[in-house]
Write a protein that binds this ligand. Sequence first.
Ligand code: DON
Length: 305
Amino acid sequence: MENKLNNIINKSRYITKEGEVATYIPSLGKANSTDLGICIADMEGNIYKSGNYNKKFTIQSISKTISLMLALMDNGKEVVFDKVGMEPTGDAFNSIIKLETIMPSRPLNPMINAGAIVVSSLLKGKDKDEKFSRLLNFMRKISGNDKLDIDEDVYLSEKSTGDRNRAMAYFMKDVGIIEGDIEDILEVYFKQCSIKVDCIDLAKIGLFLANKGIIPGTGEQIVSEHITRIVKTFMVTCGMYNGSGEFAIRVGIPAKSGVGGGIMAAVPHRMGIGTYGPSLDDKGNSIGGYKLLYELSRELNLSIF
Ligand code: DON
């Protein structure tokens, strides 16, 4: 398998030149645009890896799948889906436009920034620190990596430049979708996006979803099968933003991308996959990671459709 992964990395690396590293969060601009890595964690406990699989990067929007699981466990789906919808947008991940034009005024889904900020506002905890530490501990548990922590530099960079997210959050408070202190809620959201991971961590989170919320190895059910199904369905319909439809046709695997360059993918009953390539396409998805998943899906027949 690792030979196969080496071949796929070698034949895909050229495409990293066709994208660009995100710079709207200034600290992300420091990444090396030609890095490309992959890890597969399968149901039998095997880990296969290749390329820059052990480079650390920030999880960014991939964290939206994890905060959604915790918010659903904390509140139940009636409460959560009263405040955030279930439909793809066709707009960019940070788009503001539909917040005012759609009635009732609530974000269309939890994978876009506006929806994810609502989800973070719903996490239980006596204050922002407890909310974030519950989320971090949950992420440590499902990835099997108790060392996960935030990249302070990226966190501060996003906090000082995240005015579009701030604007959306204040708007949502005004229309009654979000309650509480907006700066506190954004602190949780910016911190969750700044958690440092590598391809192995993402592959293990993908495997956890592929295995219906059970930690493989220990057999411990951490999240209900129903919640993991909801999350995987969002990954199919909205996980690659306004590129989700094409990704479903070309690759056919539930996946979630982040502007840090990661993609976390879950092939039900088979494996989790983590990819890293900070060069992004025009939709904000890792251009190299997309290509790796495309090649792998064809080679191993991974499409769920
Ligand atoms: O809110 C933001 O802009 C980032 N923290 C996360 C966005 C992100 O990863 C979008 N992904 N492609």
